[in-house]
Design a binder for this molecule. Structure first.
Ligand code: ASP
Ligand code: MG
Length: 479
């Protein structure tokens, strides 16, 4: 059994849904392997739902037009999908109307909830999760109905029935013990052999039945949660790229698909903004040793990338890929009096934790003259203010001289299992950058030696990625 997950671009309208279902039909003809699918909301719908909730919260009635816009997209999709050739007009109409009624009741529910947000002028994270859930609920319902109309045995499954989380709205944590047994029970009792489960990605619920979400891009995670619970042979993430690439192809022309990626490297890549996978996706699959494939809906014959326990197949002996995180800022805590002082680092990190800043990278040289922490740009002002308050004493006694923030930076990292114990990798990295006149602002390497990260100015983004890619994968860089 396999789990196939289709992202928002792969199911963004009637044409793409039809194309996706063609892939499923072909798959069914070619192999006896059973599979279930997990789909995202149509591309843009989740963003649209968040926006309309914010508009309603601000007391602006134009949220209603936003809902009308979402409804129009549903109507258009239904009109196109349920007017199939071969069915007489009336049969097609009947089917289409039935599906429209199902979607209309969802959209009406959405209208009522948003009206509530409008009335109380408040959208809590809990309400926002409920609002966001409609994207996946509408789309998977529509897709399941369409598949049924083509004679494919399918069943719409609302993941809130089977994926159990805590109440951390916006990015809830999965209770695997309960989820695994709910998933197994549901599939063995309610999904007959040969039936394709069409499961809503992204959404889940608490013990009390309150709707939660798994974080943006969470449908990937849903797929691997289901795959692990059901003991799937493979998990396939169908998206709009040919696989995981050595570097961002929008910037680096010669970037190639990595055929096989080890799990450790993939973890480093997805954390570092490769934008391919939700960062938690790998966890359930690692434990159960299920390979994850990245495949392209628009190019289904291409093999894609396999992420598994196997070693990666890199074109370079040590480096497998290059990733970057844009829009970061560096917070620099500087002070001559920091040398040998205990507990200061602890205080800095707990303060950053208190203001909810996620630490992306840390660097401190052995002079202990400064500690530098890289966080997202939008979190930097608050972090600086709170640090100034919390370190007030240290600032007054001049143990800390200043807390500086440098904005408009970017973290670039090279990743590769083969870097461990291989000399010369950082030499090549710094040479490639230096040669192009790119200034390196800070550096970090974890002791896993799988990742060397450095901070550069945002304006050097393209130049840096190109230089590093050329250095390791370019002709003279090939090993
Ligand atoms: N629809 C959700 C999002 O846009 C989840 C997903 O697409 O995976 O984040
Ligand atoms: Mg995605």
């Amino acid at each position: 059994m396999k789990i196939l997950k289709f992202g928002g671009t792969s199911v963004k309208d009637a044409q793409r849904i039809r194309h996706m279902v063609d892939i499923l039909i072909r798959r069914k003809e070619e192999s006896k392997d059973e599979f279930h699918i997990v789909c995202s909301a149509m591309k843009g719908i989740t963003d649209g739902l968040i926006e309309l909730a914010m508009i309603a919260e601000s007391g602006d009635t134009s949220y209603k037009e936003r809902i009308d816009g979402i409804w129009t997209r549903q109507e258009e999709a239904v009109a196109e999908l349920f007017a199939p050739e071969g069915l007489d007009d009336r049969a097609a109409d009947r089917l289409g109307n039935q599906v429209l009624n199902g979607l209309a009741s969802l959209v009406n529910e959405l209208r009522e909830i948003t009206h509530g947000i409008f009335l109380v002028r408040e959208c809590s994270p809990r309400s926002l999760d409920l609002v966001m859930s409609f994207g996946e609920r509408m789309n998977n319902y529509l897709i399941a109905q369409y598949m049924l109309s083509l004679g494919l045995p399918s069943l719409f499954i609302d993941a809130r029935k089977v994926v159990r989380t805590n109440a951390s709205h916006g990015r809830a944590e999965v209770d695997f013990a309960i989820t695994n047994s709910l998933v197994r029970e549901f599939f063995s009792d309610s999904v007959s052999p040969g039936t394709i489960g069409v499961v809503t990605g992204f959404i889940a619920s608490t013990e009390r039945g309150i709707t939660t979400t798994l974080g943006r891009n969470g449908s990937d995670y849903t797929a691997s949660i289901l795959g692990a619970a059901l003991g799937a042979r493979d998990i396939e993430i169908w998206t709009d790229v040919d696989g995981v690439l050595e570097a961002d192809p929008r910037v680096v022309e010669g970037a190639k698909v990595i055929a096989d990626l080890s799990i450790d490297e993939a973890m480093e890549m997805s954390y570092f903004g490769a934008e391919v996978l939700h960062p938690s996706t790998m966890l359930p699959a690692v434990e159960t040793n299920i390979p994850i494939w990245i495949k392209n809906t628009m190019n289904p014959q291409v093999r894609g990338t396999r992420i598994s326990r196997q070693k990666s197949t890199s074109r370079h002996a040590a480096v497998t890929g290059i990733a970057s995180i844009p829009r970061v800022a560096m917070v620099n805590i500087i002070g001559g009096g920091m040398l040998g002082s205990k507990g200061l680092a602890g205080k800095i990190f707990s303060t950053l934790g208190k203001c909810d800043a996620n630490i992306i990278m840390i660097s401190q040289a052995s002079s202990e003259h400064s500690i530098c922490v890289v966080i997202r740009q939008e979190e930097a002002d608050l972090a600086q203010r709170v640090l100034r308050t919390e370190l007030d004493h240290e600032l007054r006694v001049k143990q800390v001289q200043d807390i500086e923030v440098t904005p408009d930076l970017e973290v670039v990292s090279i990743i590769g299992g083969g870097m461990r114990g291989t000399p010369g990798v950082s030499g090549k990295l710094f040479y490639s950058l230096g040669n192009q006149g790119i200034n390196v602002i800070a550096i970090a390497q974890g002791s896993s030696e799988m990742n060397i990260s450095l901070v550069i100015h945002s304006r050097d983004h393209a130049k840096a990625l190109q230089a590093i890619h050329q250095g390791f994968f370019g002709q003279e860089g090939d090993e």
